[in-house]
Design a protein around this ligand. Structure first.
Ligand SMILES: Nc1ncnc2c1ncn2[C@@H]1O[C@H](COP(=O)(O)OP(=O)(O)O)[C@@H](O)[C@H]1O
Ligand SMILES: [Mg+2]
Length: 243
């Protein structure tokens, strides 16, 4: 199933067969085998949920796929958006990996990871400013993303002056602002009540999906997972199945 509005245009463009591929990726922490031999393939336009009990390795998988944590074994490969080849995340220097994360990935975490001393608009604009975008353009794009997520007029508020649901929408507005190929979300609705979580999930699916973009969302909420195109299930660090 693919419910993205842009997917009908996929036939017209030379679509990449896959965006990100992990093969036999493993990660241990001081004797804890957090991730064991994970094979994952993410294709453009899809939304993928990662589910599993607490401690099953969901966050580890997300961090390994995003190049935040290096895998101990196996590979994680990202296709270039211009079709010129692909990059093995482990083969890049730390600097090159951070720069690639900034350009190609967007992130949403449970607690939003917003800077409280900045306004909502400044928080959304921050990844663009870090990437060297001029301030006026960064502000305009931040305003666009905030408006898209129903936060028009709230851009000048500091994070503490927003409700939990509004603050999480700000975190979601920030993720697509640089035009990333992949958005990673780790329990993005975990700190919200179920009504607020529904609206925030709508926002995430809207912001995170597109013909050239995929969404990877860690959740233990079956409701959230059921709205994604497929579900990867983890148990004790191993992928035990897909739906
Ligand atoms: N930085 C770390 N140091 C030590 N152990 C860790 C670290 N991160 C995760 N773990 C362990 O790895 C396993 C998987 O953790 P995690 O990926 O966070 O699970 P989940 O996100 O599914 O709750 C757990 O046993 C956890 O305690
Ligand atoms: Mg986790």
């Amino acid at each position: 199933m693919n419910t993205n509005p842009g997917s009908s245009t996929e036939a017209a463009r030379p679509a990449l067969r896959w965006l990100l591929r992990a093969e036999s990726a493993s990660k241990s922490f001081a004797g804890t085998r957090a991730l064991i031999g994970a094979d994952v393939r993410i294709t453009p336009g899809e939304s993928v949920a990662i589910m599993g009990p607490s401690g099953s390795g969901k966050s580890t998988l997300l961090h390994v796929l995003a190049g935040i944590l290096p895998a101990d074994a196996g590979t994680v490969i990202l296709n270039r958006s211009d079709g010129s080849g692909h990059d093995d995340l482990a083969a890049l220097s730390e600097d090159a990996r951070s720069s690639l994360r900034l350009r190609r990935f967007g992130f949403v975490f449970q607690q939003g990871m917003l800077l409280p001393e900045l306004t909502a608009a400044e928080n959304v604009a921050l990844p663009l400013l870090l990437a060297g975008t001029a301030r006026a353009e960064a502000s305009a794009r931040a305003e666009f993303e905030l408006t898209r997520l129903g936060l028009a007029g709230l851009g000048e508020r500091r994070i503490g002056q927003l409700s939990g649901g509004q603050a999480q929408r700000v975190a979601i507005a920030r993720a697509p602002v640089t035009g990333p190929s992949l958005i990673f979300a780790d329990e993005p609705t975990g700190a919200l009540d179920s009504h607020t979580a529904d609206g925030v999930l709508d926002a995430l699916l809207q912001a995170g999906c597109g013909p050239d973009r995929a969404l990877l969302v860690v959740t233990h909420d079956a409701q959230v997972a059921s709205r994604c195109d497929r579900i990867i299930r983890l148990r004790d660090g191993q992928i035990e199945g897909e739906v």
